[in-house]
Design a protein around this ligand. Structure first.
Ligand code: DGY
Length: 269
């Protein structure tokens, strides 16, 4: 599971018989891939089959955070709902706004497609190199992170977690974002410095955040982010749909069996 750390010590404890590690996830930051490579251990993951489910959750969080679902729902359940008022629960518009995708891989692209086609959003993105298909299909523009943060109304994070992306959303990054902007993360919690995010949300440096991932998971209910009205947090459910989880389990099992038999893995990292 993505919640299991598989490092060199675990591999060595398993002994030389360990031939394959099959991750029940597409992200494999929980596995020390270099240590596995050095030991001739193969790694399997589950790409593609969770792309749509995760992109759906990114869009859902973007709407939920931008339109204040958490606060609005609390008003109802806490008996605070008084009347309809012209300036009550005002949130962010989506149509025609600028979307910044951090990490234009499969899920980033699926999220951008939804928001560009459904809400006419302009798309900026960061990626190691420009993605001609994103430029062609969505009129998206490859920019550096600073430009993306400066110009985006909504920022959706899809990059993998590695030493370069660890805490890439820190106080300096939030300072570059618009005070009206909304941040969504469906990748890995470690990409965001959560203490800095809490400060940015409390001080109004950014408008709201929607997180499907945190560090650690589960996030303790005492964490500063949990009780913020403008921060909605889900318990890592991006891939939690009937079809995605069925397909993930099948691929994870097939990777494992193929690895044990010494055959090519259907999905090898
Ligand atoms: C993955 O596969 O990496 C996802 O985070 C699981 O939901």
């Amino acid at each position: 599971m993505l919640s299991d750390t598989i490092d060199a010590a675990v591999m060595d404890a398993a002994g030389p018989g360990l031939r394959v590690i099959s991750n029940f996830a597409v992200g494999y930051n929980n596995i020390d891939a270099d240590a596995a490579r050095q030991r001739g251990i193969r790694i399997g993951n589950t790409p593609d089959v969770l792309t749509d489910a995760t992109a759906d959750i990114a869009v859902g969080l973007l709407l939920a955070a931008g339109r204040r679902f958490k606060e609005a729902s609390h008003e109802v359940t806490a008996g605070l709902w008084q009347t309809w008022e012209p300036t009550g629960m005002i949130g962010a518009d989506l149509r025609g706004k600028t979307l910044g995708i951090v990490g234009m891989g499969r899920i980033g692209m699926a999220t951008a497609r939804r928001l560009s086609r459904g809400w006419d959003m302009r798309v900026l993105y960061t990626a190691r190199s420009p993605k001609p298909e994103a430029d062609r299909e969505l009129g998206a523009t490859h920019v550096d992170l600073g430009t993306l943060l400066n110009r985006s109304d909504f920022v959706s994070v899809h990059t993998d977690l590695n030493p370069q992306t660890q805490s890439m959303f820190d106080a300096a990054a939030f300072a570059k974002m618009k005070p009206t902007s909304v941040l969504v993360n469906t990748s890995r919690g470690g990409v965001i410095d959560q203490d800095a995010l809490a400060v940015a949300l409390r001080s109004g440096q950014i408008r709201a955040a929607g997180l499907d991932v945190t560090a650690p998971e589960p996030l303790p209910p005492t964490h500063a982010l949990v009780n913020l009205a403008n921060c909605i947090i889900l318990p890592h459910i991006g891939s939690a749909t009937d079809d995605s989880r069925d397909a993930m389990s099948r691929i994870a099992a097939e990777n494992l069996v193929a690895g044990v038999r010494g055959q090519p893995l259907p999905c090898e990292v």
